[in-house]
Ligand binder design. Sequence first.
Ligand SMILES: Cc1cc2nc3c(=O)[nH]c(=O)nc-3n(C[C@H](O)[C@H](O)[C@H](O)COP(=O)(O)OP(=O)(O)OC[C@H]3O[C@@H](n4cnc5c(N)ncnc54)[C@H](O)[C@@H]3O)c2cc1C
Length: 433
Amino acid sequence: MSGPVQLVWHRGDLRTHDHAALVAAVAAGSTVGVVILDPNVLGPASPRRRAWFLENVRALRVSYEALGGTLLVRTGEPWLVLPVLCAQLRAQRVRALRSHTPYGRVRDQRTAAALARITWHDGLYLRAPGHVRARSGNPFTVFGAFFRVWRDGPAPEPLEPPSHIPAPAHALAECGEIPTAPSDVPLPPAGEAAALAALREFAERRALAYADTRDRLDGAGGARLSYYLNIGALSAATAADALWHRPGTGPQKWLAELAWRDFLADLLERHPELIGRAFQPRWERFHWRAAEPDFVAWRDGRTGIPAVDAAMRQLRATGWISNRARMLAAQFLSKHLRIDWRRGERVFYEWLLDADRASNTGNWQWAAGLGIDNVPYFRVFNPVAQAEQHDPDGTWLQRWVPECNGDPRPLPGAIVNPAQARRDYLAAVEALP
Ligand SMILES: Cc1cc2nc3c(=O)[nH]c(=O)nc-3n(C[C@H](O)[C@H](O)[C@H](O)COP(=O)(O)OP(=O)(O)OC[C@H]3O[C@@H](n4cnc5c(N)ncnc54)[C@H](O)[C@@H]3O)c2cc1C
């Protein structure tokens, strides 16, 4: 096809379905996709997340080829790479989905300054940051109120992938190799076909029971879609659409969880300082214990508290744990051990395949009771009762902490007595000026 070339720049949106930039590009003329391996992103990424990203790029190339298109891969800083590539391809316009993370925004401003021809589209969230507002126009700081407006908005209308991606008439430059990177954990199947299949399986077989099963410590009640959503192999609108019109508490509860993702992205866009700073400033005066041996015991899953150790061992070995296990591990570090939540947040960010700046920072602050969503600081999980309730037959504990024989009570030599640690934490908070 002749006509001006459109370049679609994929970042955290490694898919062809529900992709507004790709649809607009194809409507405007011949289209080429590109992924830029940005050293500022991939350099600091843990081996598992680098490998996960690259496997999803490989799958995206397969998706492009199935539609007759080409996905180029380049390496370097985007604001340097894109102007050169646009000149080579004689590209008339670059299109991309708008990023909302602190680094993503800086990167995009720099790239837009180097290249005037960029059009941004929404698509990383069902309701992009800045869109869910009170009638007064004010943003929400409490999730319940945010969710009511989020749910009352228009139903999701995910876009179909184009039936064909028209190629430019002139020959393209080298496609660019996708490097392989070793992962230290087994990776789930990558790409949008796998993501859409996982969504279908959840929607058809497990969503109805979600409200009753979502808190299971082994995570079997959840959709396990977070690593697809955060790499963009699955669109949030497509996920929401699968359950939007389904009655029942399960589907409705699940949509509320998806809304948490939008809520925390909105919060981080307004408060980029939340990476590293407590939502309520008074917590900056809290005395976090240095306690290096306790931190190492927590990180390595050797605290002697079976549910906490199971969570941390599973996280390290697989790159994923359930929401309940995340809450338990995060509260144990920040409340029972009174160790700085930022240290734990960094460990999660390194080990989670679904690591996401907004969700990780926001949830750590929520779990540590630092003011997000007004959650009360004095809510402290009892790790023994939690395991009794959410792993009643002890199978999850047995799988990850075989030495406890499925018994959630502290093992001999546990680094703290949870009841005493809870009292010490509450006393420390009450002494906070
Ligand atoms: C301390 C802590 C750290 C976390 N870090 C991350 C992170 O880095 N990345 C991440 O995606 N999630 C994070 N979460 C949220 C949540 O635990 C995961 O999204 C969820 O466990 C993923 O499993 P699932 O796909 O089966 O979720 P489901 O229960 O099936 O939920 C569906 C989707 O909703 C979203 N979601 C669910 N719960 C939350 C939540 N509390 N906050 C934001 N989005 C949510 C996810 O996209 C998830 O895939 C964290 C939670 C805690 C307590």
